[in-house]
Design a protein around this ligand. Structure first.
Ligand code: NAD
Ligand code: TYD
Length: 335
């Protein structure tokens, strides 16, 4: 099977490529990645060149996408601008890569009749109140709150429209927050781990009561394969692993891993429009036979800390650039 993986040099995409090549001997992968600030060439280092090729290019490049599509049996579309904070400052990069890029890809997938899996996020549903017992289901109305989630919502709508109007053979998955190795230092968990490794304080936005539904990246990618193999064309599947924790609890646990007081951190400027809580009802994907394996979030966090501790060459430059941008914007708040 020849698989075109867009965004395969980023966090989730590169974990998908590694997992796919190691568990599915009948696969060959072409990664199409624009190698933005979020990508790292190290993410694909050491892979068999007979089975994995990196094409540095943009998903908005119609000719290149057409050429690669002609040689693919399956597309797994991860490529996106993925950070909420950046979307507040540079929204047009998000409409371009996330909306236009998706439309270029599904246009070509339709033309070549290639099976397409679209990677989306639970953030398209907006947020839930902290005391709301509800969780997101595939029937939850879309209500995105940030330019990032709005662009992902738009891309989902385009995929559905192409299924209905053009017979595109596509499935969509909306997953909750991922953690694990090779996540960019701009994201919450790596940022706090790297602060702690540098002997600095974790930095929590606003009150820190915001809840995210954490899932290990390998569980996400296993669910994606289950949907590709067993999902129904045109359907949307929600992926989550019952991993709800507020940001204060995550920071407390990381502090414990570093032998520090759980409550030792800085409150900094809140994110405008900061979503309160995400929570996934994953019944749609569980019904296909998938199950998360990484059920112990504390153990997963400890392993993730060890990965960052063992790979400073991977993150040092990215951290420096990210952290200096953050610190220009952030103001410390009183506790
Ligand atoms: P990431 O930022 O680590 O990686 C994105 C990759 O896409 C990068 O390698 C980047 O270079 C590439 N890219 C960006 N624009 C491109 C373009 N125009 N053409 C080609 N390549 C381009 O992001 P991630 O966290 O791995 O997220 C991957 C996907 O999963 C995204 O679609 C995101 O919306 C979705 N998702 C992420 C999470 C999460 O917790 N990180 C949760 C649910 C869904
Ligand atoms: P993030 O990793 O940006 O993911 P998302 O916005 O997609 O959920 O942030 C996760 C949570 O952590 C979110 O509530 C914002 C918060 N956060 C902090 O408190 N401090 C930080 O330094 C960052 C980057 C995020």
């Amino acid at each position: 099977m020849r698989i075109l993986v867009t965004g395969g040099a980023g966090f989730i995409g590169s974990n998908f490529v590694h997992r796919t090549l190691s568990t599915r001997p009948d696969t060959q992968v072409v990664v199409l990645d624009a190698m933005t600030y979020a990508a790292n060439p190290e993410n694909l280092a050491g892979l068999d060149p007979q089975r994995c090729r990196l094409v540095e290019g943009d998903v908005c490049d119609v000719e290149l996408v057409d050429e690669l599509m002609a040689e693919a049996d399956l597309v797994v579309h991860f490529a996106a601008e993925s950070h909420n904070d950046n979307s507040l400052h540079n929204p047009l990069a998000f409409t371009r890569s996330n909306v236009e890029g998706t439309v270029v890809l599904i246009n070509a997938a339709t033309r070549h009749d290639v099976r397409f899996h679209h990677i989306s996020t639970d953030e398209v549903f907006g947020d839930l109140a902290l005391d709301d017992p509800a969780r997101f289901t595939p029937d939850t109305p879309y209500n995105p709150s940030s330019p990032y989630s709005a662009s992902k919502a738009a891309s989902d709508h385009f995929v559905r429209a192409f299924v209905r109007s053009h017979g595109l053979r596509a499935t969509i998955s909306n997953c909750s927050n991922n953690y694990g190795p090779r996540q960019h230092p701009e994201k919450f968990i790596p940022r706090q781990i790297l602060n702690l490794l540098a002997g600095e304080e974790p930095r929590v936005y606003g009150t820190g009561e915001n809840v995210r539904d954490w899932i290990h990246v390998d569980d996400h990618n296993d669910a994606v394969w289950t949907i590709i193999e067993k999902g129904e064309i045109g359907q949307t599947y929600l992926i989550g692993a019952d991993g709800e924790h507020d940001n204060l609890a995550v920071v407390a646990e990381l502090n414990r891993v570093f032998g520090r007081e759980p409550g030792a951190f800085l409150h900094v400027t809140d994110r405008p429009g900061h979503d309160r809580r995400y929570a996934i009802d994953a019944s749609s994907t569980l019904a296909l036979g998938w199950e998360p394996r990484h059920r112990d979030f504390r153990a997963g966090l400890r392993e993730t800390v060890e990965w960052y501790r063992g790979n400073p060459g991977w993150w040092e430059r990215a951290r420096e650039a990210t952290e200096s941008a953050y610190r220009r914007r952030e103001v410390q708040l009183p506790k």
